[in-house]
Design a protein around this ligand. Structure first.
Ligand SMILES: CC(C)(COP(=O)(O)OP(=O)(O)OC[C@H]1O[C@@H](n2cnc3c(N)ncnc32)[C@H](O)[C@@H]1OP(=O)(O)O)[C@@H](O)C(=O)NCCC(=O)NCCS
Length: 182
């Protein structure tokens, strides 16, 4: 369990699926996270949790974000595509309900997970794909991300193509090469 000021990140539980299936079907979230656009049924979600529970795949680490004060499930973050030899992984996440967005919870979740990745998993670089128009881009840069490049017209949603920034957090900032922070 990873504890922050307002939140706890804990391993996912089967009962969390009632929240995640809802978020996975939310078109705003699908488009913001660049998830696949197809509907997800309750059966598919249950199967996913079962498969994940059986998996001993250490390259995918999912966490549920729980509000410390109320105990409510409010988000879902993962460290994923971990390459243990290179010490590189990816981060992605969702704060599920509009009323909980913009209150610093996503930033806190991200900072806790990156610290965990560096200090406990001994990873040296965490990356993310982010739509260049995403309102949280500025916040991710404030947390120390470096923009390494841009994928032009790489993602289609809402009837248009979006540019995607490839951003990374380095444990040792000297390794970042400065990026191309446009
Ligand atoms: C992106 C996300 C994880 C950020 O978490 P959050 O708790 O809402 O954001 P925070 O309060 O920590 O602040 C991060 C920034 O996100 C911005 N933001 C992003 N989406 C927002 C929304 N729907 N409502 C309000 N603010 C939002 C805030 O403006 C804030 O920027 P600021 O510091 O300049 O005000 C969350 O909004 C979310 O889950 N959105 C939908 C899915 C998604 O986009 N996932 C991540 C893809 S990179």
């Amino acid at each position: 369990m990873l504890t922050g000021e307002k939140i706890i990140l804990r391993p996912i539980r089967m009962e969390d699926r009632e929240y995640t299936v809802k978020w996975r079907n939310d078109l705003f979230i699908k488009s913001s996270t660049m998830a696949h656009p197809f509907p997800v049924t309750e059966e598919m979600e249950k199967e996913w949790y079962e498969e994940n529970g059986r998996s001993r795949n250490n390259s995918y680490l999912p966490f549920t974000v729980v509000h410390k004060e109320t105990g409510k499930v409010i988000g879902f973050f993962t460290l994923n595509n971990i390459n243990w030899i290179s010490g590189v992984g990816f981060i992605s996440g969702v704060i599920g309900e509009r009323e909980n967005m913009g209150k610093g919870i996503g930033r806190e979740s991200l900072e806790i997970l990156i610290r965990y990745a560096f200090d406990f998993l001994n990873l040296r670089k965490i990356c993310a794909h982010v739509r260049t128009d995403h309102p949280a881009m500025k916040t991710w840069m404030e947390t120390g991300a470096v923009r390494e490049g841009t994928l032009a017209g790489h993602f289609y949603a809402d009837g248009r193509y979006y540019d995607i920034a490839f951003i990374s957090w380095f444990r040792d900032k000297g390794e970042s090469g400065g990026g191309d922070n446009r």
